[in-house]
Ligand binder design. Structure first.
Ligand code: SAM
Length: 225
């Protein structure tokens, strides 16, 4: 999968793209991420990418011209174009799967009060939010989206099963996990997990996942008749 990221803070991506899952996916050639500085597409002497809002009010707004120029420089074959925005469609399991089936994505990171509306309207760029709260920029949301999607790209996670068993995949939260030691500060690992009885372990995990979902996220379960 190829991902082009457009930002005015390219340095934010250096660590996350070097380490762990994303770093490994890139090193193995399963993921090709290119980070572009929107300032390089600005045409004025100061390389400005923001201006005052029409209608007044606090803060600055990202100008449309450098964003359009940066996206268009990627060529007509560029991928599905996304503007990270708190006003967008909320990223969830279904959307992550949908995006993982795309050959390429373009992620536009906003800053300040946001991005001139004509970017979403005219490029066009589809707005995606990572949740109902506001961050200072689209860089962390872009990394959240990138990691959620990359986990689903074939071959990225060692065993396919490991993401198929993750929370939300079957409509439930994941079951609790335990490792050694068998007892820690008076808390024992459930006996069944050490029994070697795989059918019993599966039954326990299903029940524990259901109980956890009922406790933490009852909204995921069908309503009681
Ligand atoms: N004035 C905007 C609003 O109230 O909707 C908030 C702008 S925010 C300070 C600046 C940028 O951060 C946005 O343009 C967007 O790219 C990014 N951003 C902030 N929160 C986000 C979220 N929950 N999901 C996706 N992007 C977000």
């Amino acid at each position: 999968m190829r991902v082009d990221v457009l930002t005015i803070f390219p340095g934010i991506f250096e660590g996350p793209l070097r380490e762990s899952l994303l770093g490994k996916a890139i090193a193995e050639g399963r993921l090709d991420v290119r980070v572009h500085d929107i300032r390089d597409a600005a045409t004025d002497r100061h390389r400005s990418t923001d201006d005052e809002p029409y209608g007044g009010g606090p803060g600055m707004v990202m100008k449309p011209e450098p964003v359009f120029a940066a996206v268009e420089a990627l060529g007509p074959e560029r991928g599905r174009t996304i503007l990270l925005s708190p006003a967008g469609r909320r990223l969830d399991r279904d959307l992550a799967h949908e995006l993982a089936s795309e050959p390429s994505l373009v992620l536009i990171c906003g800053r300040y009060e946001g991005v001139d509306e004509r970017v979403a309207e005219g490029l066009p760029a589809e707005e995606i939010s990572i949740g109902d709260y506001v961050l200072s920029g689209g860089e962390l949301p872009a990394l959240v989206l990138l990691e959620a999607v990359t986990r689903l790209v074939p071959g990225v996670i060692g065993s396919k099963e490991s993401h198929e068993r993750d929370s939300f995949e079957d409509g439930l939260l994941d079951h609790p996990h335990y490792t050694r030691p068998p007892e820690f500060r008076g808390m024992a690992v459930p006996e069944v997990l050490r029994s070697g009885d795989h059918a019993a372990i599966e039954r326990w995990r299903r029940g524990a996942a259901l109980a956890k979902t009922r406790r933490n996220r009852p909204d995921l379960l069908p309503p009681h008749p």
